[in-house]
Design a protein around this ligand. Structure first.
Ligand code: MSP
Length: 645
């Protein structure tokens, strides 16, 4: 038997710096859909996913939680795997960058590139934030300060290894612009890469770090660790056994047929990764797909830090795994962003799944039971009235194969549901209920029902990669078996047995009460915390600093507004030892006359300050109250000059 054709597809390896969310689900479901379709089509598939576990961010997170980086990532990796199991992700291999074989490959590659002269030692110059121990480029700074902590940065340099990325600029440009290769999709990303990165001058890449330790050491210079992106990208070949002894699949599966990811990391996959492979003299991946983002609320990429994440486990439990898979693949137009919306999911579910597909299946099965006790007679009369439906079904398979195979799932699903709508129309056109009344029309009725069952069979085959849990239930209802539920080609059209027997089953897609569900989900959503208007607590100070302040009760003798100031009140107060003048910025909250005669709290030993031409000797204490301030008052019995402690 001839060897099966291979197909190798990868997701990015995700950072286990937090639990997976809907965004990660999208890419992983997309790859799963392609992998499942390719398997159905007879390919020998390798579907790889995994986690990118090194780097300073993970090291910091672990420190914050008082644990080791490895223990920290172990726990999160479990959650990734749990979610993938829940979503029916059929990955063949899961790579962790902390796996020994991966570490070995990264170290071997780094050594080889160094020996071959593609990696060299030099000086890394940049802006350095000492508390964060991080180097930044000028363009990464925010208002000239560290983007992480906002503190000052200084010019600094350190020894580092560099990869000769600049050398590959012409080859990379050629690769990206080669129309036949069609390396990067969608096409808009090609211009972005060529224009923003290659044409503006591709710099050599700093590929080692010394400022933290959670990473893969450079074997010949152990204080350096390998830059996390070199470490990460290598996963695509380490997991096949390139330069390690754990696996032996490199010859078989490399080059990858598809690297799938969102747009923000296309740059690494379409410039750095091919350049590394070129330097190694290895074949390049065939395709890179950069889809858009699922966005949330403010249009940004949904991230853990924004809280408000839709819990995929909750959605699967309430509406079914396949409803979520379908929603993401149907609504996300390849290349564009998609604002996440449960409402959109419910509406599409009701229209496409509950109505169009669900009804087509239940009506067809119900009619076969009603008119033929569930088993169709062999005698059938096919007519020209069947041609349009059948030819639409014939044309559908190549469309789905092409669109799914190039990550254009929404297009493929749209095409499938057009044919489902066509099948529903076919029922109305042929009016089986009328045929049933005429004994001589039984062969025609049988043909109509057969065509409908076959339409259900064929669209369900095409939907299997998207809805792998529901498809078998549909097949069971329409009496389809393993023999006639494989990915079909045009030669094998009518494979349902002529005397097929249907079986009534449970409702496939119960209708969703949109209003009710939205309310219930809202109640389940974690409440966003009210933003605090409290000043953050200050750092600890010595007791002496407090003791140095002289706090006293003072009695207000006079009070008036400072001319031309809408903020300041001018007081004459009795401090127990004499009279003094003090100013306070509370004019918006008090009428001067209301304060006369009150006993207030005051710091009396502050150095004098001039405000609006008047000297202020001390500070009247007040407390924030909503948007305003209230003075701190004492009862009349408190004598002016009494000390506060
Ligand atoms: N570790 C790197 C990838 C290394 S690959 C050699 C990384 N990890 S990540 O956890 O940040 O994952 C980013 C990827 O997750 C995106 O490229 C995309 O595939 C997926 N997504 C994460 N959030 C997403 C959205 N909001 N929308 C769509 N995809 C999202 O980058």
């Amino acid at each position: 038997m001839a060897d099966k054709q291979k197909y190798y597809i990868t997701t990015p390896i995700y950072y286990p710096s937090g639990n997976p969310h809907i965004g990660h689900c999208y890419t992983t479901i997309a790859c799963d859909c392609v992998a499942r379709m390719k398997r159905m089509q007879g390919f020998d598939v390798m579907f790889l996913t995994g986690t990118d576990e090194h780097g300073q961010k993970i090291e910091k997170k672990a420190q914050e939680e008082g644990t080791t980086p490895k223990a920290y990532v172990d726990a999160i990796v479990e959650n990734f795997k749990k979610l993938w199991a829940r979503l029916g992700i059929s990955y063949d291999r899961y790579v962790r960058t902390t796996d020994d074989y991966h570490v070995k490959t990264v170290q071997n590659i780094f050594e080889k590139l160094y020996k071959d002269g593609w990696i060299y030692k030099s000086e890394y110059k940049g802006k350095y934030c000492t508390p964060c121990e991080s180097f930044w480029t000028e363009s990464q700074l925010v208002d000239g300060k560290c983007p992480d902590c906002g503190r000052d940065v200084t010019d600094a340099s350190e020894e580092a290894y560099f990869f000769k990325l600049s050398h590959f600029a012409p080859q990379l440009k050629e690769l990206l612009l080669d129309e036949e290769k069609d390396f990067l999709n969608p096409k808009s990303r090609v211009n972005e890469m060529v224009h923003n990165f290659i044409d503006s001058g591709l710099q050599d890449l700093c590929v080692s770090r010394t400022s933290f330790t959670w990473g893969i050491p450079v074997t010949f210079d152990e204080k350096h660790i390998v830059y996390v992106w070199i470490d990460a990208l290598t996963n695509y070949i380490s997991a096949l056994g390139f330069m390690n002894d754990t696996y032996n699949d490199y010859e078989k599966y490399w080059p990858a047929d598809a690297h799938v990811m969102a747009k923000e990391i296309v740059r690494f996959h379409s410039l750095i990764w091919p350049a590394i492979l070129m330097a190694l003299g290895e074949p390049l991946p065939k395709k890179v797909y950069g889809h858009g983002w699922i966005t949330f609320g403010d249009g940004g990429k949904m991230s853990k830090s924004k809280g408000n994440v839709i819990d995929p486990f909750v959605l699967c439990d309430r509406y079914g795994v396949d409803a979520l898979r379908f929603h993401l693949l149907r609504e996300m137009v390849f290349g564009s962003d998609m604002p996440y919306s449960n409402e959109m999911m419910f509406n599409r579910y009701n229209a496409d799944l509950a109505n169009d597909l669900g009804n087509l299946v239940s009506r067809t099965v119900a009619m076969a039971i009603k008119y033929f006790d569930g088993t169709l007679p062999a005698d059938k009369e096919f007519t020209d009235a069947d041609t349009d439906l059948v030819s639409q079904l014939d044309a559908l398979q190549p469309v789905v194969s092409d669109t799914f195979g190039t990550c254009r799932f929404s297009e493929g699903l749209e095409a499938i549901f057009k044919v489902i709508a066509r099948a529903n129309k076919y029922i109305d056109e042929n009016e089986p209920w009328k045929l049933a009344k005429d004994e001589t029309a039984k062969p025609r009725l049988a043909a109509v029902l057969y065509n409908l069952l076959d339409a259900v069979r064929r669209v369900t085959i095409l939907l299997t990669p998207v809805m792998p849990h529901t498809a078998p239930q549909i097949f069971e209802q329409i009496g389809a078996t393993e023999e006639n539920t494989g990915w079909y080609d045009s030669e094998k059209k009518y494979l349902l047995p002529a005397d097929v027997t249907v079986k009534k089953g449970p409702v496939l897609f119960p209708r969703i009460d949109v209003e009710k569900e939205l309310k219930e989900l809202e109640a389940l959503a974690p409440k966003a915390e009210e933003p605090s208007d409290l000043e953050p607590l200050k750092e600890l100070t010595k007791f002496d600093n407090f003791a140095a302040l002289d706090l006293r009760a003072v009695k207000v003798l006079e009070c008036e507004k400072v001319p031309k100031s809408d903020k300041l009140l001018k007081f004459k107060v009795d401090d127990g030892f004499g009279e003094r003048q003090v100013l306070s910025g509370i004019a918006k909250y008090y009428k001067p006359e209301d304060l006369i005669g009150k006993t207030l709290a005051m710091i009396v030993n502050l150095e004098p300050r001039k405000m609006m031409g008047f000297e202020s000797n001390g500070m009247i204490l007040s407390v924030r109250n909503g948007d305003g301030f209230r003075v701190i008052e004492f009862p009349d019995s408190v004598k002016p000059g009494s000390d506060i402690s």
